[in-house]
Write a protein that binds this ligand. Structure first.
Ligand code: MLT
Length: 383
């Protein structure tokens, strides 16, 4: 499908039921939306899934403007608006992750959760910039195929060249089909991108970070750095994979991806996250009910949270803790999943105006208690 966005044609796949939670996939460089085929296939049953070609890639037009990550973010926001998507879960790999990080930094209200795959938050070093400029020269002098041969060596883990023939061929096709002008423009945009590490602590939505165990472009250390900075984030290393972890190990990747989005979109958890996004009608009620007498505020982990720790921060902390425990249950103790349904109502409304952070705290505590009790009664099952 195509849509005219910012005066140019953007090509995208749109799958899954209308009204389901939306997941937008953003591809890496120099690839296109088809790198997400296996994720789209796996998620379209329960989710409204969009995978689009960044301008100049796949079947999207290149346009006239100089490429920048800001421009790519602008395209993303316009595409979402054109598709009437108010809020989405974003999943970006590498360059897609750079775009996702920039997008959430500047438009946090448009995103529900984030999956950062094989990416990083740092800007290019002078050496990295130099390499990008030499790549442009090489393409000019030796053609795109020579460039594709070199890129492929970095994109895939060595074992994938033997075991993932189909994916290797698909990635090759994607690279050689990208126009040289788009390669030049994108290499420039990547080299000029700004770091996003300093803003990671401000991310308030659930985040899953994934990285191929043998990713040599954005290695597990880059993922760990982001994981440390994003409070409450989850990190998973995908085995048997290099930089293109979703293509090299789709089973492992999809398994983590599904668990994460299922947890985020779980009906009850969704309620909790809405606290950070209250409607006009509920805002006043929430503000009222979030007012704590001093000494009445939840003391998370028994720590003194100190000055400047707002009720919204406390809600975000509790959300992260509840999400973590929910994922543990879904992952390791599925027999307890039925108890997740027993979430109390957590959004104040006219009928239930008395809901406070304490409700979140109570829910978190009852989940922990239930899990700990179960673990102690079933020591053989515990991991
Ligand atoms: C990508 O996969 O998008 C690229 O490796 C990103 C980069 O070169 O920085």
């Amino acid at each position: 499908m195509n849509k005219i966005v910012n005066n140019l044609k953007i090509s995208y796949n749109d799958e899954g039921p209308d009204g389901a939670p939306v997941i937008v996939f953003i591809h890496g460089f120099p690839l296109n939306k088809s790198m997400w085929n296996k994720q789209v296939e796996a998620l379209k049953v329960n989710y409204h899934v969009i995978a689009y070609d960044i301008r100049g890639h796949g079947n999207s037009d290149i346009g006239e403007e100089d490429f920048t990550i800001d421009l790519f973010v602008n395209d993303l926001l316009h595409l979402m608006s054109a598709l009437k998507i108010e809020k989405a879960i974003l999943c970006g790999l590498s360059m897609g992750g750079y775009i996702a990080l920039n997008a959430i930094e500047n438009f946090p209200e448009r995103f529900e959760a984030l999956i950062l795959s094989d990416t990083n938050c740092i800007a290019d070093s002078p050496e990295a910039k130099e390499k990008r400029m030499s790549a442009i020269e090489n393409i000019k002098n030796n053609g795109v195929e020579k460039y594709a041969v070199e890129s492929m060596k970095n994109l895939f883990a060595p074992e994938s060249f033997k075991s993932k023939k189909e994916e290797i061929d698909a990635a090759w096709e994607m690279i050689v089909k990208t126009s040289t002008q788009s390669l030049y423009n994108t290499l420039h945009a990547l080299s000029e991108r700004k770091e996003t590490c300093n803003k990671l602590s401000q991310i308030k939505v659930p985040v899953l970070i994934m990285v191929g165990s043998e990713d040599s472009i954005t290695p597990p250390a880059s993922a760990s750095l982001m994981h440390e900075k994003i409070k409450g984030s989850f990190m998973q290393i995908i085995d048997h994979a290099g930089h293109l972890s979703n293509m090299e190990n789709p089973v492992g990747f999809n398994d983590q991806l599904k668990k994460f989005v299922d947890s985020v979109c779980d009906k009850q958890l969704n309620n909790i996250h809405k606290i950070n996004n209250q409607s006009e009608e509920n805002l006043a009620l929430n503000q009222e009910s979030f007012k704590f007498q001093s000494g009445n505020q939840p003391d998370l982990n028994g720590q003194n949270q100190g000055k400047g720790y707002s009720d919204m921060d406390a809600a975000a902390d509790l959300n992260a803790k509840i999400l973590k425990i929910t994922m543990t249950i879904m992952d390791q103790y599925p027999e307890l999943s039925k108890y997740l349904e027993e979430m109390p109502v957590t959004i104040p409304n006219k009928k239930n105006p008395d809901i406070t952070l304490n409700n979140l705290k109570t829910y978190y505590e009852s989940l922990s208690l239930m899990l700990n009790k179960y673990k102690s009664e079933h020591p053989a099952i515990g991991i």
